[in-house]
Design a binder for this molecule. Structure first.
Ligand code: SAM
Ligand code: DTB
Ligand code: SF4
Length: 377
């Protein structure tokens, strides 16, 4: 491979001036970012990240499946699709009290956002009333709320927003070109329409995709282009590494090189400088070094808690240890999210402060250790 000249690298870097928010990226420009030497790409992503965020703060969300399995959609990656036999037991919509109990536990463990997911094509009228009550009750705990319920029309989005839903998650999943290989029961245009309805209703948008589904490098660039074309950018961008579930059509797809995954995180950070980029599903299958690189590349959000929707996530204790090792701390929720303040919310604020103090103490201890090592050397 011929070495890239310093000039060509510099030219590529000028494609993404530090922190500039753009919506008109071409796939070729994005591919040029992917092609940068890894160190240059990560350095650039760090610069963008630091211009917009505390580089050591990570937003912490916990997921709960509120309705599991038997989904009519045929997403080839998904253990919950009724089209495949993954041995997953189906569950009806959970009772509100059960959801509130789980949200309280998530808050106690240190999560600041509670994300509720349902295996639906779109919510039915009678289910929506229950879901709206879940939003109100979880919000009253002082947690930020997020839901992912499939497609929503303008009326449904309006009612969710009115109930106080902060974020709606609906992923584009992959490039428009590769999409038909993965899902046939809803279109890319359907997804964009739902995202438009969410935005119009005044909620924050959470939208990202899945990597490692056998897509080509250009598909990863094209997915990120689609996300960056949204105006405004999604506030939250989950980048999932495919969790290969036996029984799904993608169970044996070839692994994506972790370095390619990190590149995609770095490019997402550069394209959407002010968005939270979530190192989403797939952390259980990643080692600590890959996760550390993802944070270096600009990821600043995770799912925290032992379970994603139906598959496992690293144990909370393991994540607390990783945060301490890397000197990361949970991002403190903005004041506006706490304006609904109740006693419960105050408790949450105290807990967050305690978590920040704990991480700081771990950092101090590490610094003392290093100073001691240096003195011994
Ligand atoms: N049914 C709703 C929908 O698809 O809009 C919400 C739930 S669905 C499980 C939410 C997202 O989870 C999907 O869009 C997909 O990006 C992600 N997901 C599902 N299965 C996954 C897997 N095996 N690995 C990684 N991400 C996955
Ligand atoms: C997202 O992008 N990833 C989450 C959340 N949004 C809803 C879901 C990941 C699901 C992984 C497979 C499972 O646990 O069922
Ligand atoms: Fe259903 Fe969502 Fe799974 Fe697709 S990703 S099968 S819509 S639960």
């Amino acid at each position: 491979m011929p070495p890239a000249s310093h000039e060509s690298r510099a030219a590529s870097l000028t494609l993404a001036s530090r922190g500039e928010v753009r919506h008109d990226w071409t796939v070729e420009e994005i591919e040029a970012l992917f092609a940068l030497p890894f160190n240059d790409l990560l350095f650039h992503a760090q610069q963008v990240h630091r211009a917009h965020f505390d580089p050591n703060a990570v937003q912490v969300s916990t997921l709960l499946s509120i309705k599991t399995g038997a989904c009519p959609e045929d997403c080839k990656y998904c253990p919950q699709s009724g089209h495949y036999n993954t041995g997953l037991g189906k569950e009806k919509l959970l009772e509100v009290e059960k959801v509130v109990e789980q949200a309280r536990a998530a808050r106690k463990a240190g999560a600041s956002r509670f994300c509720m997911g349902a295996a639906w094509k779109s919510p039915r009228e009678k289910d929506l009333d229950v879901v709206l009550e879940m939003v109100r009750r979880v919000k009253a705990l002082g947690l930020e709320t997020c839901m992912t319920l499939g497609m929503v029309d303008t009326d449904q989005a309006g009612r969710l927003a009115e109930a106080g839903l902060d974020y709606y998650n609906h992923n584009l999943d992959t490039s428009p070109e590769y999409y038909g290989e993965i899902i046939t029961t809803r279109t890319y245009a359907d997804r964009l329409e739902t995202l438009g309805n969410v935005r119009e209703a005044g909620m924050k948008v959470c939208s990202g995709g899945i990597l490692g589904m056998g897509e080509a490098p250009r598909d990863r660039a094209a997915l990120l282009q689609q996300l960056a074309r949204l105006e405004p950018h999604p506030e939250s961008v989950p980048i999932n590494m495919l969790v290969k579930v036996p029984g799904t059509p993608l169970e044996d797809v070839e692994d994506l090189d972790p370095i390619e995954f990190i590149r995609a995180i770095a490019v997402a950070r550069i394209l959407m400088p002010a968005s939270h980029v979530r190192l989403s599903a797939g952390r259980e299958q990643m080692n600590e070094s890959t996760q550390a690189l993802a944070f270096l590349a600009g990821a600043n959000s995770i799912f925290y808690g032992d379970q994603l929707l139906t598959t496992s996530n690293p144990q909370a204790e393991q994540d607390r240890a990783l945060f301490a090792k890397l000197g990361l701390h949970p991002e403190v929720v903005e004041k506006s999210a706490r304006e609904t303040c109740t006693d419960d919310a105050r408790q949450q604020a105290e807990l967050e402060a305690a978590l920040v103090r704990r991480s700081a103490a771990a950092l101090d201890a590490r610094a003392t250790e290093l100073a001691y090592d240096a003195a011994q050397a």
